[in-house]
Design a binder for this molecule. Structure first.
Ligand code: FES
Length: 119
């Protein structure tokens, strides 16, 4: 089951203004959500590292590794694939960020949250 959450006009404008490989943190129903724009579209993740359940970043954007290709947790250096959220190196290798679905309905962005699945 999914919960459709329409984002505010301001949040939608902030997402629309993202340049390639830029990210922004939004607060959605008490959840910290990172929205990232890549060449294949927008990706949304809960801003919560699977290692210690801490935010990946305390800044308002995601941090990348030195190569600029992997999302990096600022606490213990876990690195994640930006397209899938899979941790490929670090203390939570093999685990994934919680990926959320996002789409545009013609007037604003909608975030889809899974309910009761634990993901
Ligand atoms: S909390 Fe993210 S790597 Fe430890």
């Amino acid at each position: 089951m999914e919960n459709k959450i329409p984002l505010s006009k301001e949040q939608s404008l902030s997402i629309a203004a993202l340049s390639m490989e830029q990210s922004i943190e939004l607060y959605v129903q008490g959840m910290r959500v990172m929205i990232l724009r890549l060449s294949n579209g927008l990706h949304a993740y809960e801003n919560l590292c699977p290692h210690r359940a801490k935010p990946l970043s305390e800044a308002s954007h995601l941090t990348f590794d030195e190569s600029g290709t992997l999302i990096e947790c600022e606490h213990h250096g876990a690195q994640f694939l930006p397209e899938s959220g899979l941790c490929i190196t670090g203390p939570c290798q093999g685990q994934s960020l919680t990926k959320l679905s996002i789409h545009h309905d013609g007037s604003r962005y909608i975030l889809l949250l899974s309910i009761g699945t634990g993901s």
